[in-house]
Design a protein around this ligand. Sequence first.
Ligand SMILES: C[S@@+](CC[C@H](N)C(=O)[O-])C[C@H]1O[C@@H](n2cnc3c(N)ncnc32)[C@H](O)[C@@H]1O
Length: 151
Amino acid sequence: MKISKRLKAISDLIKENSKVIDVGADHAFLDIYLNLYKNCHCLAIDKSKHSTISACNNAKKYKANIKAITNDGLTNIKLTDEIIVISGMGTKTIKKILNFNIQNDLILSSHTNIEELKEFLKEKNYNIEKELIINDKKTYNIIYAKKGGVS
Ligand SMILES: C[S@@+](CC[C@H](N)C(=O)[O-])C[C@H]1O[C@@H](n2cnc3c(N)ncnc32)[C@H](O)[C@@H]1O
């Protein structure tokens, strides 16, 4: 299965067998790839029912074992140690989705206001562990952030 250079760069940040929640998964290509090639347990979330149907159809087509649900961000989702991926949205939406006492590792790729997103992460006591710039027709910024210790 072939995925975009941007989604491949995100998948490269995720270890085998990880638990992943992909918010705004749309077609769920990232989740399908992670399940098939890295044995990850993926929950694909999208607020659009149409996207959830597309995710389920794609999972069936590629014989991937992922879960896809329609939901607004992480509302009512019980989190443990999953990596949260939010990519392909603007900073305003990402901040809204993460506007609670989030503790999980984050992989974020915003197409607007990267500096504002970094400031938000700092306020939430997150450290940026890795930052990638990917050229795939457009330029994309991908951040891996982890919650810092007690300050
Ligand atoms: C451009 S697509 C990105 C798809 C994929 N993550 C990627 O990076 O290629 C953005 C998706 O985010 C979804 N979305 C936007 N706000 C959301 C929210 N609050 N909760 C869940 N999904 C959301 C949209 O419905 C859309 O399918």
